[in-house]
Design a protein. Structure first.
Length: 631
């Protein structure tokens, strides 16, 4: 394929690749839906079954909401979160036939929020709630997310055709043309280190674009919050976006802690009063005029349901009520948006009709290295300049189509700008998380050795004379008992022997520390595996093992993606791969491993078959590095 040269050609190619990704993902989704039994879907966290519908109500946004309660398999982590499309279905285990729910109750609904085993789902108006409540064997499953793709396609089309500021940014990002900057003396921020201070100054100087490159533990969020605060000294309002709901929650919470008025479009992933208090929905229903609006909406619904034939005044009354309701809604909205200093949403959420017509001086995109390029263009039409923060040496965006990935769909806007405009990038160089020995390998391999450890963390450890990094390889590697196995068509790889050894190794380490100290100091542990099936196996084994009972609340087991942005005192990584061919699959994506090995503050233990892993130069270097430490 010839390399596209002009900005418009690059975007047109992106659009073709996105179309390919859309078709691939849709096909995979339909195949899995057809082949995967409901029990497997429930295990994967893509369905809840059985469920009951407890109550229904109209929410403050005048949407019909139903509350769904999961009544079995309540310990399985699931993939339901705000904004995801879902469908109800009926399944009887005996006849093993899945059937859709007829009528509006079977239409696609949308998750409003999830709290433990309770989920609120927005259903189409006119859905028969009674039918849902009386359906035996009712379940709810994720359906294919058409909306995100549609919004990304529209954003690319808009950018390709753009005139004015959007066209200027497009042409700047894909060419060597120099971004424009203001000139002023650097400002001093006493609570930031030198590179964090430099990053905030570069953000303030940028007329077009700035990038804050934050390796693990370097205080990217702290820097970004400061940059947003300083920008708000110069602008009345900014737009803050991120790829995931979790990342939006994280930055919103930090801004609220600094006393900034944030209006969060969409619902948070963690449902607590603090997080909910700055959501648009909660603010809207807390407005003094809301009871009046609610009464008008109720009157409209009653008028519609009691309409009598030959009622000449019906339309007149309906229109009068509707125009009063609309007027009130506009007034409440303009007050809420007028008071807010930061509007926060996911990239896809920035297409919300609430933001129609809104313009912002600056857009901040956090975790920009995890977002598809097309998604970044969704909010770009509303802004004058953009600040991207993230780390392109950590988790990449998820791309299902191998062909699209090879042709460049996985290349993010942040990576492109880093390549084209290195002068717009500030690398944060001081890390506050890890013992220096843990950090040093990542710094040398991914960041040209530029990341340093703050003095207060340099030598942190749990045990005296403890070596901060260890590699545990299963004994007797020739024995095929230690090999990985495959579970189910689409479920993934596990390594039972390695899972056992993972827990044995952790138990041995715990015994060295001592129970009382573990409990007194609340030493926390993350067990990471790149494979979801191994994560589920480890979780299951952990609950069965009596020894870990007192410590269970301090131990988290999750995938690499699940640990993004987190840290623990002790990290144990189970690599799973063990075979005679030296195949390591997607462990070749070294950015994932960079995330896994940089979560640990004081101790990192890696479990993996040395013979299999040493086929790859990165793992060979990592093994040598750990051997030297232990030498």
């Amino acid at each position: 394929m010839t390399q596209p040269s002009s900005p418009v050609q690059i975007l047109q190619q992106q659009r073709l690749l996105l179309q390919l990704e859309y078709s691939t993902e849709k096909e995979v989704f339909q195949q899995q839906t057809n082949q995967t039994g409901i029990a497997r879907k429930v295990k994967r966290g893509d369905a809840w079954w059985p469920v009951r519908v407890s109550r229904s109500y109209y929410n403050s946004l005048n949407q019909l909401a139903v509350e769904v309660v999961r009544t079995a398999d309540t310990d399985i982590e699931h993939n339901f979160e705000f904004g995801r499309p879902v469908q109800f279905f009926r399944w009887e285990a005996e006849d093993s036939k899945i059937s859709g729910i007829p009528g509006k109750a079977g239409a696609t609904a949308t998750v409003s929020y999830v709290d433990g085993d309770r989920m609120v789902v927005i259903v189409p108006d006119g859905t028969s709630i009674v039918e849902l409540q009386n359906t035996e064997g009712l379940g709810v499953q994720l359906s294919f997310d058409e909306t995100s793709y549609r919004l990304m396609m529209e954003a690319l089309d808009r950018t390709i055709r753009a005139k004015g500021r959007l066209a200027y940014l497009r042409d700047l990002f894909y060419s060597r043309q120099k971004p424009e900057t203001f000139v002023f003396q650097p400002m001093h921020f006493p609570y930031l280190n030198a590179t964090q201070e430099q990053a905030v100054n570069e953000v303030l100087r940028a007329k077009d674009v700035a990038i804050v490159h934050g390796p693990p533990g370097t205080g990217k969020t702290t820097t970004l919050v400061e940059a947003i605060r300083e920008t708000l000294m110069r602008e009345s309002q900014v737009l803050v976006c991120a790829q995931s709901n979790m990342a939006v929650d994280w930055i919103s919470e930090k801004l609220v802690d600094r006393g900034i008025n944030v209006l969060r479009i969409g619902n948070p992933t963690r449902v607590n009063d603090k997080m909910l208090s700055f959501t648009y929905e909660r603010r809207f229903e807390g407005h003094p005029d809301y009871p009046q609006l609610w009464a008008l909406r109720k009157a409209i619904r009653e008028l519609r349901s009691h309409r009598r034939r030959g009622d000449d005044k019906y339309h007149q009354r309906l229109e009068s009520l509707k125009s009063r309701a609309t007027e009130l809604e506009i007034r409440i909205n303009s007050e809420l948006f007028g008071e807010a200093r930061v509007i926060a949403s996911t990239l896809v959420g920035s297409a919300n009709r609430l933001l129609d017509g809104q313009k912002f001086g600056t857009l901040f995109i956090d975790e920009a290295a995890q977002a598809l390029e097309a998604a970044c263009w969704i909010p770009m039409r509303r802004v004058g300049r953009v600040v991207l923060a993230g780390d392109h040496c950590q988790l990449p965006p998820t791309v299902k189509s191998i062909a699209a990935l090879k042709a460049g769909l996985g290349k993010t806007l942040m990576e492109r700008i880093v390549e084209m405009h290195p002068e717009a990038v500030t690398l944060l160089k001081m890390q506050y998380r890890m013992n220096d020995d843990i950090m040093r390998f990542s710094s040398n391999y991914f960041y040209d050795g530029q990341v340093e450890s703050a003095p207060e963390v340099k030598y942190r450890s749990i045990l005296d004379l403890d070596v901060p990094m260890e590699w545990v390889s299963l004994e007797g590697q020739d024995d095929t008992d230690h090999h990985e196995t495959f579970v189910g068509e689409s479920f993934g790889r596990i390594n039972k022997a390695e899972a056992e050894q993972t827990l044995d190794t952790l138990q041995h380490y715990f015994e060295r520390i001592g129970k009382q100290r573990l409990l007194d100091e609340r030493i926390d542990v993350g067990i990471i595996s790149p494979y979801r099936a191994q994560v589920q196996l480890l979780r299951h084994m952990l609950t069965k093992r009596e020894y870990f009972k007192p410590f269970r609340r301090f131990i988290t087991v999750n995938t690499v993606d699940g640990f993004q942005g987190q840290e623990r005192d002790v990290i144990v990584v189970s690599l799973v791969r063990s075979n005679d061919e030296g195949q390591i699959g997607f462990l070749r994506d070294l950015r994932r491993m960079n995330v896994a090995i940089t979560r640990a503050r004081m101790k990192l233990i890696i479990l993996g078959d040395k013979k299999t892993m040493a086929h790859h130069p990165f793992y060979r270097q990592l093994l040598e590095y750990i051997d030297n430490l232990n030498g």
